[in-house]
Design a protein around this ligand. Structure first.
Ligand code: ZN
Length: 420
């Protein structure tokens, strides 16, 4: 199993490398780039080591142990916001202190892809069949969410309903596709051994409270933490098994929670028990955004990330959010400096898919994500040739029509020329 996993990771690492290599040069100095608004999460703090952030207009370096920053947003200097005029190059400040360890003239995309591959491979190798170590990210309640939900104590992973809601007539509305297996609970006489995470995978939840003469209040709560979705607690599932549910006009699921005991857990953000192999598959499926070969192979098995809407890079409009999701996914099992995640995410962006401009984004925070296969076919002919279906670029008329491409180190092989 491990050997097969290592073999598969090797192949995937090669694909990551082909795309990452477009991010080429590290330029000395400071481009004065635009910082990104980065949420510091517990699991990502360590990965920020050596990155710069802007405090009162000044650059400060992060050590990765600034616990006081957890839960805050910082102005992070990032590959995504680099304004260096070379779109395939990054300045040393946006890159971070790791730039000191990059030998002159090295392709930084290559470094990021290799660092990632090495960490993943050694983690796969050191993993037994069922490795149950996991890290848990505390879900920080937003303003709206805190009106309805609370933690009972510091270390608690479960969310409770606010006491003020006790006795009030209230109901929740959730998307039907996020509670697809809810019917399971009606089949079981006891939920004691039932993995509660199976019944629901929630991103959003609407809470409607009847306020008597004042009518009713209704608010939408976000109950997921990036790629980690919350689920109904066992107690709530037992409640639902008793009171049942109904559907509204939009076919959402409506659950009356008037009689639910506010002293019992309401939602839980489960501990994740995943092994490296699953993490690896998830990362690849995310990066490839459902390119035709990969989804069929990787998306079939029903681990929770594949349930409901697929978690694909291409679905993200905001590059910063995409970066946070990608980094969180990777760092669930291994520790990889944020800059490597930034380089990979940046390499997956193009200027304009609608205008078929597949070059790396112009300096500053811009660009949109594209499917891996589309990128491989359209960025550089040489790279497309190094990819799997070598005949395709040659018979694809687009190869000769779209000329807005990036240079790639392999171009030399294709064109047989010298670097100009
Ligand atoms: Zn820069």
């Amino acid at each position: 199993m491990n050997q097969q996993a290592v073999h598969e990771e090797d192949a995937l690492a090669h694909l990551r490398q082909l795309i990452a290599q477009y991010v080429q040069a590290l330029h000395p100095g400071d481009c004065g780039g635009q910082p990104i608004d980065f949420p510091v999460m517990e699991s990502l703090l360590k990965t920020l080591r050596g990155k710069y952030h802007v405090v009162n207009g000044k650059l400060e370096v992060l050590n990765g142990d600034e616990k006081h920053l957890i839960g805050q947003r910082i102005k992070l200097r990032s590959v995504l916001g680099c304004r260096h005029p070379d779109p395939s190059g990054i300045c040393a400040v946006c890159y971070g202190r790791l730039s000191y360890s990059v030998p002159r003239g090295t392709n930084i995309g290559h470094i990021s892809a290799v660092s990632m591959g090495d960490k993943i491979t050694s983690s796969v190798l050191s993993t037994k069949h069922l490795d149950s170590t996991s890290r848990v990210e505390k879900f920080i309640l937003g303003k709206t969410e805190a009106k309805y939900l609370r933690y009972r104590d510091q270390d608690e992973q479960d969310l409770y309903l606010k006491r003020e809601l006790k006795g009030k007539s209230k109901r929740i509305v959730v998307f039907r596709n996020e509670v697809q297996s809810l019917v399971d609970i009606l089949m079981l006489s006891s939920l004691d051994d039932y993995p509660v995470g199976n019944a629901s995978n929630l991103t959003m939840m609407q809470v409607i409270v009847d306020e008597g003469d004042e009518g009713q209040t209704s608010e939408l709560l976000r109950v997921s933490l990036y790629n980690r979705k919350s689920s109904f607690s066992k107690e709530l599932l037992e409640h639902i098994a008793n009171v049942g549910w109904s559907h509204d006009a939009k076919d959402n699921v409506v659950i009356d929670i008037t009689t639910f005991d506010v002293s019992k857990p309401f939602l839980s953000l489960p501990f994740k028990h995943v092994n490296m192999y699953e993490v690896m598959k998830r990362i690849q499926s995310f990066l490839h955004s459902g390119s035709d070969t990969e989804t069929k192979r990787l998306g079939e098995r029903g681990d929770d990330s594949n349930r409901g809407r697929k978690n694909f890079l291409k679905n993200y409009k905001d590059p910063v959010e995409a970066l946070v999701v990608f980094a969180t996914m990777l760092n669930e099992k291994v520790s990889i400096n944020l800059v490597h995640c930034e380089v990979l995410v940046y390499a997956m962006m193009v200027r304009s898919a609608t205008q078929r401009d597949y070059r790396l984004p112009i300096p500053g925070i811009s660009g949109v994500f594209e499917k891996y296969n589309t990128l491989m076919m359209n960025r550089s002919l040489a790279d497309a040739m190094a990819f799997e279906k070598q005949d395709r670029p040659l018979i694809n008329p687009g190869s000769f029509i779209y000329t807005k491409r990036n240079d790639h180190p392999y171009d030399l092989v294709m064109l047989g020329g010298r670097l100009t």
